[in-house]
Design a protein around this ligand. Structure first.
Ligand SMILES: [Zn+2]
Length: 326
């Protein structure tokens, strides 16, 4: 499965989950921006999933779809779905960690496909707030998982904003420290250890046709990192450019802020992560005004997908360890 299809299928599932839980009127999106419906997304996963990244993404999609209609196995396709049902029935009698429908589905999926995923003990439902006056989407989430000290070390390293590009390469093509003066970006280490500016380029897909992207400078503040914890806040310093309609154009969002905190307790071997993210899109300078409206109507799905990726403790297999990352 190529990265466009993978991102499009995952986004389709997040969009379906958001539509199922909101009481907002149905949104009417331009054809080219329309996300895959959940059946098409499921079809892509069922037909094409091969690589380690595909398997991780499909598990994440199952967790999201479990919130929609409780039939997450639809993304597996036969005969995996039958095997999934059999294994689920067996495991139902020996619950491990959180037993909600999403966690149960992911645990069985990962067991079937050889992903050694940590036991999730507890998590909140992701809270999605969409302020239709301000057009701001805010998502908050938390998760507590049982992980070894070595796994905790990797999660804490991946959570450093400078390592987002290693931790989630499907979404982040850049996440570099540096300076921004008189309209010029220079990549260089932060002067101190409490944060600094970060240039991030994030891409995602509404559907399999176009990859969309934003290129931002964020200010990372209150950065604290030790062997057992990492925490920081971030907010938009400036949006350099965005690519929503084929070409890069200046502007694209004017709110992008939140916080991240992960704390590891070595005695109980539990890792607790909390994160939040707020975003508001604007029309790029040469884009139509309606574009911002459509972007914000999809905001809850976009923001929950990105935040989900940053708190996903399943990406701990050897293939996704941040080798060479600082
Ligand atoms: Zn759960």
């Amino acid at each position: 499965m190529n990265a466009n299809n993978r991102r499009a299928a995952l986004f389709g599932c997040h969009f379906a989950a958001w539509r199922a839980q909101t009481n907002q009127p149905p949104v009417s999106l331009p054809a080219r921006m329309r996300p895959l419906d959940r059946h098409s997304a499921a079809g892509l996963f069922a037909a094409h999933t091969r690589s380690a990244e595909d398997v991780l993404t499909r598990g994440a999609a199952m967790r999201v779809l479990a919130r929609v209609d409780g039939r997450p196995a639809a993304v597996l396709g036969r005969p995996h779905a039958r095997e999934f049902e059999r294994t689920s029935a067996l495991r139902g009698r020996t619950p491990r960690g959180c037993s909600c429908q999403g966690c149960a589905a992911v645990a069985v999926h990962d067991h079937l496909f050889g992903v050694d995923s940590p036991e999730v003990l507890e998590h909140g439902p992701p809270t999605i707030a969409f302020d239709s006056e301000q057009m701001i989407t805010e998502v908050t989430t938390r998760v507590t998982a049982k992980v070894t000290p070595e796994q905790a070390g990797r999660v804490l390293a991946d959570a450093d904003p400078r390592n987002w590009k290693h931790a989630a390469p499907d979404f982040f093509t850049a996440s570099d420290p540096g300076t921004y003066r008189e309209g010029r970006w220079t990549t260089q280490p932060w002067p101190g250890d409490t944060g600094g500016l970060l240039r991030e380029t994030v891409r995602w897909n509404w559907n399999a046709e176009d990859t969309v992207a934003v290129d931002n400078v964020l200010r990372i503040e209150d950065f604290q990192s030790s062997s057992a914890r990492i925490s920081y806040t971030y907010r938009l310093h400036t949006c350099l450019q965005s690519r929503f309609l084929v070409v890069w154009d200046s502007g694209g969002l004017d709110v992008d802020e939140g916080h991240y905190q992960a704390v590891y307790d070595a005695t109980s071997e539990t890792l607790r992560i909390e994160a939040s993210k707020s975003v508001r899109f604007t029309a790029p300078s040469n884009g139509p005004f309606e574009l911002a409206l459509s972007l914000n109507l999809m905001g809850p799905a976009t923001v929950s997908m990105l935040l989900d990726k940053l708190v996903d403790v399943r990406q701990l297999g050897p293939s996704t360890s941040p080798e060479g990352a600082a």
